[in-house]
Write a protein of this length. Structure first.
Length: 254
């Protein structure tokens, strides 16, 4: 029996005024796996993420979600079909508490929108689930803390809780450990290991120890194209990958 595919790209390309940032990418992400996208700076990882989540429309090619063609759908529609992307820190509201953030995200997930003239009663319906999600990302003790007061690593954990509020089938994480110290990186590896249960995770990640610890499969991009694909062990031993990384000089594939 073959594993069902959660997310597929076929011949996916995106041009920016004649410059091809993503070039005929084929990608198959099996359901229930953690799939990492790696590659030197400018390889097209973020553009590919934006295509997969509907934030950018492809110039050509096709995207399928659990077998359904979602090419060209806007981000809200892609999100409704079960794809969530971890929010960026810039989308946190400093004066709201962790708990309020997650309650709002749960309300938004129910189609209530991000209302700021919020009714406390309506929001508090979501409190029990919000507490579960905060506990899951290690913020159980910080429900009452304002987002501004959280450390960088904890802000990223809160973003993850906001994405999980959508209860996504497919979770896309854009550099989940970027800018983190060792301790937060360890915590994040453990956290992703927990939240992957029952879902598919696609992550862009520069830190190879994170990729090695979590990814079932790795796609290496270079100059918009797929350079290699396989297990972490396979791609790290791949000659073309080694050359690309040494050539870029910025991220060694160790
Ligand atoms: N909106 C845009 N307009 C023009 N060029 C763009 C645009 N977005 C990305 N590019 C170009 O596309 C290429 C791929 O960029 P992208 O951000 O996808 O790479 P990346 O692999 O995510 O890099 P990094 O690791 O640095 O984040 C780069 O050369 C970039 O300059």
């Amino acid at each position: 029996m073959t594993t069902p595919l959660a997310l597929v790209a076929r011949g996916l390309s995106r041009d920016f005024r004649g410059f091809r940032a993503v070039d005929a990418v084929d990608l198959e992400v099996a359901a229930g796996t953690v799939h990492a996208l790696v590659g030197p700076n400018g390889a097209g990882k973020t553009t590919l993420f934006n295509l997969l989540t509907g934030f950018l429309a492809p110039t050509s090619g096709r995207i399928e979600l659990a077998g359904r063609d979602v090419t060209g759908l806007p981000p809200e529609a892609v999100a409704r079909l079960g794809v969530a992307r971890s929010f960026q820190i810039t989308s946190l509201f400093g004066q709201l508490t962790s708990g309020e953030h997650v309650e709002l995200a749960l309300q938004a997930a129910q189609g209530g929108g991000w209302r700021f003239w919020r009714s406390d009663k309506l929001l508090h319906r979501h409190r029990p689930r919000a507490r579960e999600l905060l506990a899951m990302v290690g913020l159980g003790e910080l429900e009452q803390s304002k987002a501004d007061s959280l450390s960088y690593g904890r802000k990223r954990a809160l973003e993850l809780a906001l994405a999980l509020a959508l209860d996504p089938q497919v979770l896309l994480l854009d550099e989940p450990t970027a800018g983190m110290g060792m301790e937060d990186v360890e915590r994040t590896i453990e956290l992703i290991g927990r939240v992957r249960e029952g879902r598919t995770v696609v992550m862009v990640e520069h830190n190879m120890s994170v990729v090695g610890a979590l990814a079932d499969r790795v796609t290496v991009l270079q100059a918009g194209r797929v350079l290699a694909e396989g297990s972490y062990e396979q791609v790290r031993a791949d000659e073309a990958v080694i050359t690309a990384y040494l050539g870029s000089g910025s991220h060694a594939a160790h």
